[in-house]
Design a protein around this ligand. Structure first.
Ligand SMILES: [Zn+2]
Length: 132
């Protein structure tokens, strides 16, 4: 795939999130994991990856099958801030999607990540949706 990554990094997909989604590499920072999870949602069919990178206690009863569905038509990602301290980190972002009526909407979230056994995992997020 010679396409630019959907996470908006301006890198080729295979050198960006494709390394994590398709080649099993481990994200080294919360931002890399955040971007790869956004790409997983945007591309669809990556529910197994989303589940694998989810902190098990907060993933609850989510299934890879349900996570593979493309719930929203994601159009772009904007990273606003990020921080990492030891095995904890967070990323604040806007994720844009096209609503059913064609208007562009934005999801604002501060996602929290934790590293466990060398793997960064998504713990949860504080979401606030802004009416478009
Ligand atoms: Zn990417």
């Amino acid at each position: 795939m010679k396409e630019l990554c959907v996470c908006g990094s301006n890198k080729l997909y295979k050198r960006c999130c494709g390394r994590f989604l398709d080649n099993g590499e481990l994200a080294k920072t919360p931002e890399q994991l955040m971007r790869s999870r956004y790409s997983a949602y945007a591309l669809g069919n990556h529910g197994d990856y989303l589940l694998r990178t989810w902190f098990p206690p907060t993933a609850g009863t989510l299934t890879a099958e349900a996570l593979s569905e493309r719930g929203q038509q994601w159009t772009r990602l904007e990273i606003l801030a990020r921080a990492q301290q030891g095995d904890k980190g967070w990323v604040e972002f806007n994720a844009w999607y096209r609503a059913a009526n064609g208007s562009e909407q934005v999801l604002h979230e501060k996602s929290v990540f934790q590293r466990s056994a060398g793997r960064w995992l998504y713990v949860g997020g504080e979401v606030s949706a802004t009416p478009g």
